[in-house]
Design a protein around this ligand. Sequence first.
Ligand code: ADP
Ligand code: MG
Ligand code: MG
Length: 902
Amino acid sequence: MAKYVYTFGNGKAEGKADMKNLLGGKGANLAEMNLIGVPVPPGFTITTEVCTIYNQQGKQAALAAIKPEVEKAVALVEQLTATKFGDKDNPCLVSVRSGARVSMPGMMDTVLNLGLNDRAVQGITQKSGNERFAWDSYRRFVQMYGDVVLGMKPQSKEDIDPFEEIMEKLKEEKGIELDTDFTTDDLKKLVTSFKDAVKQVTGKNFPDDPWEQLWGAIYAVFDSWMNERAIYYRKINGIPAEWGTAVNVQAMVFGNMGESSATGVAFSRDAGTGEDIFNGEYLINAQGEDVVAGIRTPQQITLEGSKRWATLAGIDEKLRESHFPSLEETMPELYAELNAVQEKLEAHYKDMQDLEFTIQEGKLWLLQTRNGKRTGAAMVKIAVDMLEQGIIDKKTALQRIEPNKLDELLHPVFDPEALKQATILAKGLPASPGAATGQIVFFADEANKFESSVLVRIETSPEDLEGMNIAKGILTARGGMTSHAAVVARGMGKCCVSGAGTVRIDYRSRTMTVGNVTLKEGDWISLNGSTGEVCEGKVKTQNPDLGGDFSKIMDLADEFTRMTVRTNADTPHDAKVASKFGAKGIGLCRTEHMFFEGERIKAMREMILSNTIAEREKALTKLLPYQRSDFEGIFEAMAGYGVTVRLLDPPLHEFVPHNKAAQEELAQEMGITMNQLLSKIEDLEEFNPMLGHRGCRLGITYPEITAMQARAIIEAALNLKAKGIDAKPEIMVPLVGTIAELKNQAAVIRETAENVFQEKGDRVDFMLGTMIEIPRAALTADLIAEEAEFFSFGTNDLTQMTFGYSRDDAGKFMPDYLDKNILKNDPFQVLDQEGVGQLVKMGVQKGRSTKPKLKVGICGEHGGEPSSVMFCDSVGLDYVSCSPYRVPIARVAAALANIAKN
Ligand code: ADP
Ligand code: MG
Ligand code: MG
């Protein structure tokens, strides 16, 4: 029989760290911590398989599968804690926690203090001798259970949580501010009012049977896998819905038992910058989410961190010491113990750990550890530091790099000179580094109101996820370095300043005020996530410095890679940028972009609208020098590396003027009437331009175009050769579907090249190849390879033609296809390995069956997408080519692909 429940406690565990798929990350690590002697309250994990049973077959099936195992596991927890579930004198209280394979912070639900009812609260009172604590826990339980299990949580942003409303009312009546100011009698009143609210909304009594509570919470955790924010989080992080969540049931420990109790969150290194500094936040006499939710201002764990925090917050040393002392000061022994645990955990997992702990009456307990989420900059620094500290080897260091996250490092930072001039409005905590400039919005679901927005909130909650993702940056008035906003922003690599306490936010009037400055929705602000500064208006940015750790990672990537990374570049400027990012050659230089500027477009239009070969050749003669000098610039920028130049590709209609003034001007210049011009333009119109007169079909109709381009390329290369610069042209014929097409164009190109060589009395080597972007070309690649010296898979067109989706119209249905799970990914972004991939694989095999050394690459958008790069490596491509800013990503992805293979 399948095993669905894994217990842990007292230094023993049925699971372990590498069982994350089954136990979820949280469950697997709770087991592992037990095994390595870290103090963890006992409990058990219900596997992710049960979540799947629950989702596919329903509650009863899930219950039948696990009931006996759960009862046995509860008995073990009772035994280890010497308590009894549902007992009136000595009740066993547990938490019921979600936990998927990969951590999805705050996305799913957790219930604490489960097992409490009107009898058990008496038992807890007697046992702890602390009545206030007992009722505080009970109050929290009814609230959480009501929100999470009984569906009391408001669904829209206009509604307030009914429990919060009741608490706020009581605070107002009593003239108090903090939850900790409630008396025991207040808490008792709250429990009664909470239960009344539950009855009123749900029509049912609050369940007081602990077993009923437990099953309700377990189902609720399973349900939370399918809640809206979890679905959205999975979507932006590419987590499959099939994985499901595990459920962890664990004996409670209490950070809210008084002044010798506390709860907190800590990181073994800085998750923002990557510095090797232990850091974190805690609160005395508090429970669970209090630190993360930003209800009270959390205090720093280390003395050094506390001092740094005080400086940023503008708090003097006296006030810091009296009101916000560090754990190192308040509980030095427990601090030392915690410090030892974090060192042990980091050494064990060999990665930066993010941990949750609770201190109950002077005893330390760990409740969670995981590899911490971090910014792109921290990811790079931690990988390099750990390599240099000898903790991990080179391959592991590379494997710590998520290629897509490198993107964050390539974005602009504030220009230090401009920063000096800027007006600093406020200072908060540097929660997630980066530079953000945008217009203020106050609600997450309005983040797309402006092109660039900065989301300004008192604090964020998991519901705000989508808006946080859209906004350029996030500013919160409350919350610390471990607040929801901070953790999520670092995960997204989004600039965030949190806990800017001097900022007053008024959602109703949509304004934020600091001192006597009031900004309203739509006003510009700039956030510096590295210093916590909030500046008025826009601040100028500049390119980041990519030396140091970044280049160390890039060098490592080169050490382990087999494929080359080239870039798609149409201008010398792009070629230079890409070459700085380490591109070795150009995989796609599109020539059509060269025809749009100034005088060129006129000559181009004349060429297109010519009636005779003579007219056309005259216009082409005007274009030749432009093309030649463009090629000289690009070849020079990539001297020594291959540059693949694609001959004219788009339908000619794209080049003709579409507004009247330009049409009149052109008619005049060409010496024809408007009517004659318009009828020519009409002639060029096509029903299906993407499947029409384009690519090599143009060159076959008008060989003089191909000849002019070939001449420009060869002349440019020869001119550079004369200057001692090594140009390596590769001429690429687009949209070939039959070998005859390629042969036709190759003849024109070779003949032109020979002519140029004769004229100049010198030669250069060049290659002649083709795009493989029509399915028929992949199917007949063995024939095409007879003529072609290289293949470049144009996976944009190949995807378009294989699926039969027009790239320009796919936006109309693609969102539905993704929502309804018809497609897992947009195939224009992530290469469809199952279908299009087969054509690529076949194209490579057939091509090399004719020419074993045939050079093969890819030049579609996919060339910079990590999973597609992996695929390219596996089918034996020689290179990938992508846009300049994706080159570093592709370099790491290419290395990871090669490592994974060996
Ligand atoms: P999340 O995945 O959102 O972090 P958790 O399941 O980790 O949710 O729980 C939320 C909070 O409750 C955390 O601060 C955690 O440390 C605390 N918590 C969970 N279980 C217990 C427990 N058994 N005793 C004390 N605190 C707990
Ligand atoms: Mg947690
Ligand atoms: Mg194409």
